[in-house]
Design a protein around this ligand. Structure first.
Ligand SMILES: Cc1ncc(COP(=O)(O)O)c(C=O)c1O
Length: 363
């Protein structure tokens, strides 16, 4: 998926493959005053994140302090170091699917075995198959990987399911790796429950790329027990050493409580304005789709009814309509497409029209 996106996203006229809202400009983050930024040193910054940034992040997690936090280059680095430290040949990982597939690919690299548990669409809702999870874990299970809110479905796993996953993890003493990068993008404004504080062996990953609309800063973090954070810091020495000083500075700005509130409100406003646009487009094409609207995130996962493979459909959209989406194949779910609805409204409408044109032609 990453290669599909990076090879094409700057070449198509309409990119609806993005999973976040359209990004902020530097100017908006600095409220028009960039003079301090010009005086920032371009040396190495504190490699696990400046104390101030780690304290600010820790304040978002009840009972955490700066020693529970490691700042990384994007949440993808946080996921990488955590997965790398836990998986070796023959180990097992239980993984929520569909999902952002980084962990899936890493597990293959480390010759670990993935035991999936699926989110299944039942009566128009995505429900976690907890029985499959319970059956799939055992003494070899090192990690249980979840993504909440979920990419690509936009579904939110509620508190009761979070508790159940913790109960199952506890039984086999597995660690939970909870990717919470879409937290803060809930359409109803109710923050998704974090796994932090629910169970001792938890690693939460998050970052500024989705809810904050700042993917270009490449700031992510993980929150866990002090001892594990200290161990993972050593892994981070071998990946990127540390975040860029400018990004650390800008992340501190973005996460100041008042600014943070404003940024999250901006994200929700975009999503709340754009989802009805997407819904009415789906309604106009209801012969082609069945659709469970997302509860969070700038992404919708649509089942289409035409008899065409999803990669072929996405490929034709690029070639014939210069429009990029993500085929369900990339999540192991042919018959679906992921459409990002976070761009400015006019752009979104024009991109959706292109998809509509092709679908009509294919009928
Ligand atoms: C669920 C999920 N986790 C992690 C990432 C990695 O994002 P970043 O490294 O920009 O934080 C993405 C990016 O699309 C994602 O969708």
């Amino acid at each position: 998926m990453e290669r599909w996106q990076s090879a094409l996203e700057n070449r198509v006229e309409y990119n609806l493959s993005e999973s976040g809202v359209h990004p902020l400009q530097l100017d908006e983050l600095l409220d028009g005053d960039g003079t301090r930024l010009l005086k920032e040193s371009l040396g190495y910054s504190q490699t696990n994140g400046t104390e101030e940034l780690r304290r600010t992040i820790a304040d978002m997690y009840v009972g955490a302090n700066q020693e529970n936090v490691l700042v990384t280059n994007g949440s993808s680095e946080a996921i990488f170091v955590a997965t790398w430290s836990f998986l070796e040949r023959g180990a097992e990982i239980a993984m929520m699917l569909p999902n952002y597939m980084q962990i899936w690919g890493l597990a293959r690299t480390f010759q670990a075995r993935v035991r999936p548990f699926w989110l299944r669409n039942q009566d128009g809702e995505w429900a976690t198959d907890l029985r499959a999870l319970e059956k799939g874990v055992g003494k070899r299970t090192r990690l249980i990987a979840v993504c909440n809110p979920n990419n690509p479905t936009g579904a939110i796993v509620g508190e009761d399911v979070v508790d159940e996953i913790c109960r199952i993890a506890k039984k086999v003493r597995a660690w939970i790796l909870s990717d919470e990068v879409y937290q803060g993008t809930e359409l109803d404004g109710r923050t998704t429950p974090t796994f932090w504080g629910k169970y001792e062996r938890v690693i939460v990953t998050n970052g500024l790329s989705k809810a904050y609309g700042l993917p270009g800063l490449r700031i992510g973090w993980l929150v866990s027990k002090k001892e594990l954070v200290s161990k993972l810091w050593a892994y981070h020495d071998y990946t990127t050493i540390g975040p860029s000083a400018l990004s650390d500075y800008l992340a501190r700005k973005a996460l100041q409580p008042e600014k943070r509130g404003k940024i999250l409100a901006r994200t929700r406003k975009i999503l709340q304005a754009n989802l009805p646009v997407l819904k009415s487009w789906v309604e106009r094409h209801r012969d082609n789709f069945s659709f469970t609207p997302p509860s969070a995130g700038a992404i919708a996962f649509l089942r289409y009814l035409l008899k065409i493979n999803s990669s072929e459909l996405a490929d034709r959209l690029v070639r014939e309509k210069s429009t990029l989406i993500v085929p369900g194949d990339h999540f192991g779910m042919d018959g679906f497409v992921r459409i990002g609805y976070g761009p400015p409204e006019g752009y979104l409408t024009a991109g959706l029209d292109r998809i509509g044109d092709l679908l009509e032609r294919l009928k």
